[in-house]
Ligand binder design. Sequence first.
Ligand code: F6R
Length: 605
Amino acid sequence: MNKTQFLDARNIGAIYMCGIIGVIGQDAPSLVVHGLKMLEYRGYDSSGVAVISEGTLEIRKNTGKLEEVEKKEKFSELNGNISIGHNRWCTHGAVTKENSHPHTDCTESIAVVHNGIIENYLELKEKLIANGHSFKTQTDTEIVPHLIEEKINAGKNFETAVKETCNKLEGRFAIVVVKKDEKQMIGARRGSPLVMGIGDGKYFLASDVPAFLSSTRKVIFLEDNEMAVIGSEAKILNFKTNVAVQRQVQEISWTAEEAEKGEYPHYLIKEIMEQGVSLHRAVNQDETRIKEVAQMINAAFGTYIVGCGTAGKVGLAGTYIFSKVAKKHINFAIGSEFPQYHDFLTPKSLTIAISQSGETADTLEAMEATKETGGKLASIVNVMGSTMQRMSDGYIMVNAGPEKAVASTKATTGQLAILYLLAFASAGKLPEGKQLLDKTCGAISGMLNKELTEKVKTLANKLKSHENIYIIGRGLNYPIALEAAIKLQEVSYIHAEGFAGGELKHGPLALITKDTPCIVLVGNDETRKDVLSNAREIKARGGYIIGISPENSEVFDEWIQVPDVGICSPIVNIIPIQLLAYFIGVEKGNDIDRCRNLAKAVTVK
Ligand code: F6R
């Protein structure tokens, strides 16, 4: 991937963060619809399905959430052995039925679903129009079926036409293409993810593994510039060099149940409640990778953690963790700022990307900048086979299992645990770190009980109509105050802001009036005294103090007790806030798993 492939979104009318899927085999359309449900976290403003059956191509698509479109368009009526589907997430440009995928050529014989952005679509579109093609949408994607049509009209077969088309596209794309008189499905990628699933008499192509996890755990991750041509058998080739590619089938450890809600009403609460287990998986993984990355940190001259949103707050916490545990200075920058900040990189630099999805464009750009200067790359990611994992010299899996709610929870605590492990490993004290984290896992399983959830639910009721909530923390808990604000913003839609306790007197204290809720994150460390003193400053101005702390204090109006896990307090302190955000969101009737205006994988700049 080169820098220009991280496109400047501002130049383009329509920008997508989407989920795509294709299935070949029995019950293809219902498997596609199921896959779209599993991929809904990637986008949910419109959906569509195309089916090939006995030489005909039928497309049903519309705007709205998948469940609405599914009903409106009666997806359950669709039959056939080849089917593709798409969830669209458009941040610019119109959400219209026409602009929803799949898109077709002039003769409506070829259907394409696409994730990514085709940079040179205007130029290609002009040429196609000059050649007599007519367009029905404003999308960049629509040029793909027309280009394929053009090549087929020039006598090329389906496979060659798709291959030559891919070579004309600039930008990032993952596509799946079908043609009404072909018994094949072709997928290709550059920059956007595409994974092939190999089932019993079935093949799948999808943006992410959960899309087909209920049918198979056998996968092949396609690399950039590769295409999969799938009929009764599948082959992979490089569309640039036209050379066949042999790839080993990998077995994914995630289970289908992990990707389902089960008895829970929302993914978010399921993912919050399973953190004892997910954390245990993060901590008790093979030590090889942890030691490898710790060694990279020790060998580097300048280590930079990068991440965005929640992963960014975890990254900031990482700088405190390394200072405390390993007495080591590590730098941090948010992904989108790194390009303005990276002129000091040298071949001795190390950039560690933190990401749940492993696909966040801003973080990827920071990694690319490091690569260009000859520096090393490491990543802490949750999605196996993701771009970040594959482009890293060393990587550590978070092992949280599929995280489906847009708001990150179990991946967050897993990422924090990995940073602790890395810091302990870098200081040559990994066994000590593991012991502490094992204790933390046990403490989390113990604290996630009915007593805590009932207490937080009551607090949620009390806070739900407030317009502002402030959170303070010091030291290790300062980045967690920032993360707490993100959780409350995206799930409960309340204005929330996190501050370092010591900063209050430099401005934010002016915001405190009678009954303003302020959450105080307390760690049982040297910051305890000072953060409680900050809480008193707030209380003196009328603030309502909610303490999250192992011990009670006279300053708390409400006390949420958390276990004392020493320097791992950030991991336990964020959990009551995750619950609070959830219960306020539920009380307000918010769309819990699909936060307003947000998507899970932010694959655009
Ligand atoms: C918030 C949240 C986001 C992500 C951010 C980066 O709950 O999930 O802020 O942390 O979009 O995403 P990843 O971790 O996939 O790089």
